[in-house]
Design a protein around this ligand. Structure first.
Ligand SMILES: C[S@@+](CC[C@H](N)C(=O)[O-])C[C@H]1O[C@@H](n2cnc3c(N)ncnc32)[C@H](O)[C@@H]1O
Length: 278
């Protein structure tokens, strides 16, 4: 079958299944199998799609139609300056978290180790490592499933300065070690918000990566408390938060006596990032 006919057919199928950017997703699915750049795919529409790959393509389209996230099906996602493997058991890194990496890098004047709490696929830790390959970087996560992706990503990216450890927040880290920078994209979705999430997210991505008790604030509170004792003087805590949590998180951080607290907006103008200086 010609690529252009296949693309039209898949686009129609995906859009009938309610997928909004169906044409782009069709290009991504086709281009990944061809090993091509997705932008180039429509330009070679007159060429034949290899018949040996058609069954695989159709199986992937049918998974996507049934609501599985595209990134799980493709098995990879670009994040900041790294390409990461992802699949069931780990949160798919979101574009807004790339901004957290940028903001974290701009708060890294101090020498010393870095820790990324709630590291999941290792997205933040590995993006920081790509920019600061000489830094000692730790990543912790409570989920063995999530960390299995982080280990694969670290090996694939040869990020030998990154160590991933399993456990609750700071618990698996060397006792007494103080950090120049603590980053975290913790679970911060309240039960009400969780109930309303899109099924593509709720039915596939791990609940442990999303939902937090205490109206989404439980883990943020725990991080705010312990980070104060784990930062070097002048070190920074940089956290992603939910868009409705800015004022509450500001109060939580102020109550822990940080010397400076700030809430910053994402590119869409929503409160998204909390900063606290030791
Ligand atoms: C929102 S995801 C963030 C993943 C990754 N940092 C990212 O930005 O794509 C939150 C992660 O926190 C982990 N997590 C949940 N509770 C935790 C805890 N008490 N201690 C450590 N990690 C935890 C989950 O397993 C999940 O991987």
């Amino acid at each position: 079958m010609r690529i252009e006919s296949l693309l039209s057919e898949i686009t129609l199928e995906l859009s009938s299944a309610g997928i909004s950017n169906a044409r782009q997703e069709a290009c991504w699915l086709v281009s990944q199998l061809l090993g091509d750049d997705p932008i180039g795919v429509p330009c070679c529409g007159g060429a034949e799609f290899p018949s040996a790959l058609e069954a695989t393509l159709r199986e992937r389209v049918s998974r996507r139609k049934s609501g599985e996230p595209l990134q799980y099906i493709m098995g990879e996602v670009d994040f900041h300056c790294v390409n990461l493997l992802v699949g069931p058991g780990v949160l798919i890194p979101r574009p807004e978290t790339e901004q957290l990496v940028e903001l974290a890098l701009s708060h890294l004047a101090l020498d010393g180790p870095i820790v990324d709490l709630c590291t999941g696929s290792g997205a933040i830790a590995l993006a920081l490592s790509a920019s600061r390959p000489a830094r000692t970087i730790f990543g912790t996560d409570i989920s063995a499933d999530a960390l299995s992706w982080a280990f694969r990503n670290r090996d694939r990216l040869n990020a030998s300065n990154v160590t991933f450890l399993q456990g609750d927040l700071f618990q698996p880290l060397p006792p007494g070690l103080l950090f120049a920078l603590i980053t975290a994209n913790p679970p911060y979705v309240s039960q009400d918000e969780y109930d309303q999430l899109d099924p593509t997210v709720k039915d596939h991505e791990p609940i442990m990566a999303l939902l937090a008790q205490d109206n989404g604030l439980q883990i943020i509170r725990a991080i705010a408390k312990e980070a104060k004792t784990r930062l070097l003087p002048d070190g920074w805590l940089v956290m992603e938060i939910g868009e409705t949590q800015g004022e509450k998180v500001r109060q939580i951080l102020l109550a822990e006596n940080y010397s400076l607290v700030d809430i910053k907006k994402d590119y869409s103008g929503r409160d998204r990032f909390a900063f606290a200086k030791h």
